[in-house]
Design a protein. Structure first.
Ligand code: HMG
Ligand code: MG
Length: 305
């Protein structure tokens, strides 16, 4: 335990998308821009900004084009956005963004509730999205949701999740982010899932996306880290959830992940003080307390240090 740790880890900050998609009311554009600028100031280099999904389904992100036009990606930073179908890709190409992410679930019911499609129909749709996106020079990431459990079906087949991940990589997605969408995973299950995926897929093509609904996200990350995963998704102050997954709370808080990694001597490129500041801004703009542990407790002030 703890003897196979890397020197560096890459974080994909998902709060502007996974966080704000779940807010009861859409946030003003200016508040989104303030939050994203604070995340950039903290040193985050990969930020999922928004989604080109149906504004009827996710009104909170209906300003995707306006946001991207207002805030072009600074040098060395990748901004990405979710794309569910060809209409979403057209929108992404029209406004211009460096990276998109396609998404589907490992369980049929969640996929249907989230995208109005069966898993096969989603994969079929991505055959119309990923190749043209790649031809246009975009990087394409992919999410597989509900790998640890589905809010409607309970246990999920790992074989099915692996099949889906393989299909996404075969389409030329550069990475598949495995989601514990409703935060039901525990470390032993994470070991089983990540080990099975790593037997077939190189670590660089996998990321982990934990929601911290039951407080196990960081423990699950540690297991992934030990097994060789170097890419983790997180959301500042633990903002977020999935509107089509009842019971899904916020993602693992980015501050909690960074605090743990830095404490173990692992670099992230993020300044934790500035990240805590970004978390305070997130709390101000959403107007309610956010659950992240480091967000609430701050940096430790140890006697004699
Ligand atoms: P649908 O209603 O079946 O769509 O929704 P449709 O193809 O039948 O079209 C209906 C209307 O929507 C048409 O307009 C389309 O043009 C329009 P009309 O002719 O009626 O005026 N439309 C669009 N408009 C703008 N942008 C688009 C678009 N597509 C169609 N891209 C659809 C199907 C997939 C669009 C819908 O179900 C949808 O947008 N779903 C997205 C839901 C979502 O964003 N969920 C949260 C993200 S996933 C998540 O959080 C999990 C994750 O974090 C990982 C994890 O935690 O595990 C990633
Ligand atoms: Mg999520």
């Amino acid at each position: 335990m703890l003897d196979a740790l890397p020197a560096e880890v890459s974080i994909c900050e998902v709060s502007p998308r996974d966080g704000l998609q779940n807010e009861a009311a859409p946030l003003p554009l200016a508040d989104k821009v303030t939050l994203i600028r604070a995340l950039l100031a903290a040193g985050l280099k990969r930020i999922e900004l928004t989604s080109f999904v149906s504004p009827r389904w996710i009104p909170q992100l209906a300003d995707a084009e306006e946001l991207i036009r207002t805030l072009p990606a600074p040098e060395g930073v990748t901004f990405s956005a979710l794309v569910p179908n060809a209409t979403g890709l057209e929108r992404a190409l029209r406004v211009g963004i460096g990276e998109i992410a396609v998404f589907l679930s490992a369980s049929e019911t969640h996929n249907k509730k989230n995208t109005n499609k069966s898993i096969e129909q989603s994969l079929e749709t991505f055959r119309e999205v990923v190749p043209p996106a790649r031809a246009a020079g975009l990087r394409v990431r992919a999410y597989v949701s509900t790998v640890w459990g589905c809010p409607y079906e309970g246990a999920v087949s790992m074989t099915r999740a692996l099949e889906i991940a393989r299909a996404l990589l075969a389409l030329d997605c550069y990475q598949v982010s495995l989601g514990d969408t409703i935060g039901v995973g525990t470390p032993a299950q994470t070991k089983q899932i990540v080990t099975a995926f790593l037997a077939e897929i190189p670590a660089a093509q996998l990321a982990l996306h934990f929601h911290d609904t039951r407080g196990t996200a960081l423990a699950n990350c540690l297991v992934g880290l030990e097994l060789g995963i170097r890419d983790f998704d997180a959301s500042v102050a633990g903002l977020g959830g999935c509107p089509y997954a009842p019971g899904a709370a916020g993602n693992l808080a980015t501050e909690d992940l960074v605090f743990m990694l830095h404490g173990m001597g692992i670099r992230t490129g993020v300044d934790l003080d500035l990240l805590i500041e970004a978390g305070r801004i997130a709390e101000t703009v959403v107007g309610r307390p956010l659950p992240g542990k480091v967000h609430q407790a701050g940096q430790p002030k140890l006697r004699g240090v």
